[in-house]
Design a protein around this ligand. Structure first.
Ligand SMILES: Nc1nc2c(c(=O)[nH]1)N[C@H]1C(S)=C(S)[C@@H](COP(=O)(O)O)O[C@H]1N2
Ligand SMILES: [Mo]
Length: 410
């Protein structure tokens, strides 16, 4: 057995924050509450969603850990943690988002298969580590390589966890070599999260971070990297995390007919007020949430409606905990490059006349807009639900009237 071990059972799980909402216990899948999610631009490690497909691996002996680079590379490599740490360290602010974020809302329209996620299966962190392009250079593969001399075109990351979907084998996924070797794609082999050593839940000792891409490609607890001619043939690349049209169901699905999901689409959600909150008629309420897009596309605008989508007002960005004025909505090139992989937190103070439906939709820098209804994007795996997000608020007087009726009936 190696030094990085994927246990079979769940006896050695790490401690977790009691406020996380648990969507599945074994494997552990949990997310924070939406209001907690937008409390800070950088998501604290303990509040960061956790998405696993098996028990959490254990590193028994950090000194003998090795990351193996094999396959169609000019040279094979076997790197220690110290060797990886001695490469230039990059700190990248990137939002990791599970493709299943907002799946429960999709399932409410028509049932889908998968872990039921609310709207907090994402988090924004500062990932510290070596650039994958620098690590691959040690195996003789230069920057921006489309194909190696021996025909390597994909980079597969292999973990050690034991996943039932892989019949007890490890989680694995791949990305194109050209992306892996592109320094500007900022793909990292991260050993730090928010300035702290990566913890077990998030991939200790080493994980991949593929910014702007669905979380499924950011493999945790990696033990080897394989350069291959074809994309990863594992379950999570071939028979999961693909998007099918609404008319495909489990009886007529043809997995190879669709590509594996990579960049996530433009997305936003309202985190406060909470669904079903009671508000006073005519009161000013702070509406807040997040917005993000994949592939390094920034957020251009977030539109908010308090009348179910009939009229809209532009929300303002929250930066360093304060709302920016409307004339600073545009972010300069410098800022955009620094944080192009990160979400935007936004807010709007609006007068509410309950009962009301608050709606949010974001527009990204390529002018992509969220689709209006979940039906348009419904798919059997419940991935990428980025339809307009709605929150319904109720009137205090209605609640009072209800309470009075109850009392008079006693
Ligand atoms: N080894 C391994 N890596 C993995 C997974 C996993 O189950 N095993 N889950 C993936 C999925 S689907 C997501 S969304 C992210 C979640 O990362 P997090 O738990 O750090 O939030 O990790 C990805 N990497
Ligand atoms: Mo995921």
């Amino acid at each position: 057995m190696g030094v990085l071990i994927g246990p079979k059972g769940y006896e050695n799980e790490p401690p977790r924050h009691p406020e996380l909402k648990i969507n599945a216990k074994e494997p552990f899948n949990a997310e924070p509450s939406p209001p907690a999610l937008v409390e800070s631009y950088i998501t604290p490690v303990e509040m960061f969603y956790k998405r696993n497909h098996g028990p959490i691996p254990i590193l028994t002996d950090p000194d003998s850990y090795r990351l193996e680079i094999t396959g169609l590379a000019p040279m094979t490599q076997s790197l220690s943690l110290d060797e990886i740490r001695s490469l230039t360290k990059h700190n990248i602010v990137a939002t990791l988002q599970c493709a299943g974020n907002r799946r429960t809302a999709m399932s409410e329209k028509r049932k889908v298969k998968g872990v039921g996620w609310g709207m907090a299966a994402l988090g924004n962190a500062v990932w510290g580590g070596a650039r994958l392009s620098d690590v691959l250079a040690l195996a003789g593969i230069p920057s921006c390589t489309i194909s190696t001399a021996s025909g390597g075109k994909h980079v597969e990351f292999i973990s050690v966890d034991q996943c039932p979907e892989e019949k007890g084998g490890p989680y694995r996924a791949s990305i194109p070599l050209v992306q892996a070797t592109n320094p500007q794609a900022d793909v990292l082999l991260a050993y730090e999260m928010n300035g702290q050593e990566l913890n077990r839940d998030h991939g200790y000792p080493l994980r991949v971070i593929v910014p702007g891409v669905i979380g499924a490609r950011s493999v945790k607890w990696i033990s080897s990297i394989d350069i291959s001619a074809i994309e990863c043939q594992g379950f999570f690349q071939q028979r999961d995390y693909k998007m099918f049209p609404p008319w495909v169901d489990w009886d007529n699905i043809v997995w190879p007919s669709r590509r594996p999901l990579m960049d996530f689409p433009v997305q936003s959600a309202i985190c406060t007020p909470s669904e079903g909150s009671v508000v006073k008629d005519g009161s000013m309420v702070k509406i807040s949430g997040y917005a993000l897009s994949g592939g390094g596309r920034g957020i251009e605008r977030v539109d908010v409606s308090v009348d179910g989508g009939q009229s809209w007002t532009e929300a303002t960005r929250v930066q360093n905990g304060v709302s920016t004025s409307s004339n600073s909505l545009y972010i300069s090139d410098i800022d955009e490059n620094r944080e192009k992989w990160a979400w935007v937190l936004w807010e709007l103070n609006a007068k509410l006349t309950p009962p009301a439906t608050i709606v949010a939709k974001a527009v990204d820098s390529s002018a992509n807009v969220q689709p209006r209804t979940v039906e348009e994007v419904w798919n059997l795996r419940g991935v990428l639900n980025n339809s307009w997000h709605e929150v319904h608020v109720r009137s205090e007087s209605l609640v009072d009237a209800f309470a009075t009726t109850l009392r008079s009936n006693i």
